[in-house]
Design a protein around this ligand. Structure first.
Ligand code: MN
Length: 297
């Protein structure tokens, strides 16, 4: 039976107090392959846009995928990149990076997902890097249109470099025209319904919900848009990630000690995270650690 998960609403450290819908990590699901974090932002009008001052990451890659709106990304490896719908920003934090984000007053809506990919142990201390992809492969599967931003589906392959077997694709499907997407039987998958509603292998999934398929559950995704709106969804997949990780704030490590050290380094403005030159100004200090010990999971 397909598991269906409602997101939780969280406030991120923006200067504009916009709610984010978070589907990963979740009490009911910690990750999908190496996808460990899934935030869904908007749709909202740009006057309530997103301004996130400089903050660090380590041990992960960030994936920014907008559906509408324009966001300016700046980071400590010197990137200054505007991103629009259908484009990918992929930032590999490695041992440490800092970045800021600011939505631009263009168009009337801002709508995006941001995801994190856990880096495997052998890759997590690499140097930070950033890549922007303005033109990604589009796959037509019958009535379904898939834009592949990470990994490969039916021969359509994203040029973005990741370090685990993964898939990330935006799916669009009109009502009244069911489609079938082939799946790898040994992978796990999640389908986030962004707009419209869908029957996913016979289970109804409403907007903002994530349908999860465990490894071995299905060899294909039978997808049908129900209701009056066409379906917009994000399909995530991956080989189950075998490593235990400690995830806290913007860091992924392997031990609690490592997280404590990372927090201290960031709050001491350690050069390992570099410096962000932007129009936002300032930086976000790491919050207090929880009283309970951070544990690998
Ligand atoms: Mn970030």
């Amino acid at each position: 039976m397909t598991k269906v998960i409602d997101p939780r609403l969280v406030k991120i450290s923006t200067r504009t107090e916009v709610d984010i819908k978070r589907s990963l990590p979740h009490a009911a699901l910690k990750r999908i392959g190496a996808w460990v974090f899934l935030d869904h932002f908007g749709p909202t009008v740009q006057v309530d846009g997103m301004v996130v001052a400089a903050h660090p990451h380590s041990g992960l890659q960030t994936v920014t995928w907008p559906f509408a709106g324009v966001v300016d990304h700046r980071d400590s490896v010197g990137s200054s990149q505007v991103i629009r719908a259908g484009q990918l920003n992929l930032m590999t934090a490695g041992r440490g990076v800092a970045h800021s984000e600011k939505s631009q007053p263009v168009g009337d809506q801002l709508h995006a997902v941001q995801l994190w990919i856990a880096l495997p142990d052998l890759e997590r201390n690499r140097d930070a890097s950033f890549e922007h992809f303005g033109d990604l492969p589009v796959l037509e599967l019958g009535s379904l249109t898939a834009r592949i931003f990470i990994g490969e589906l039916n021969g359509a392959r994203s040029p973005a470099r990741v370090f685990s077997p993964l898939l990330g694709a935006e799916l669009r499907l009109s009502t009244g025209a069911p489609a079938t997407v082939p799946l790898r039987p040994d992978w796990e998958y999640g389908l986030l319904v962004v707009r419209g509603s869908a029957l996913v292998n016979g289970t109804l999934v409403s907007p903002d919900q994530l349908a999860y398929l465990e490894p071995g559950e299905a060899r294909q995704l039978e997808l049908e848009a129900t209701g009056s709106d066409d379906l917009l969804a994000v399909l995530l997949g991956g080989e189950p990630f075998a490593e235990q990780i400690v995830m806290w704030w913007n860091f992924i490590g392997r031990t609690a000690e490592e997280i404590v050290e990372m927090r201290e380094l960031w709050n001491a403005r350690d050069p390992r995270f570099g410096e962000v030159i932007d129009e936002v100004g300032g930086w976000i200090p790491a919050p207090d650690l929880p009283n309970a010990t951070l544990r690998a999971r």
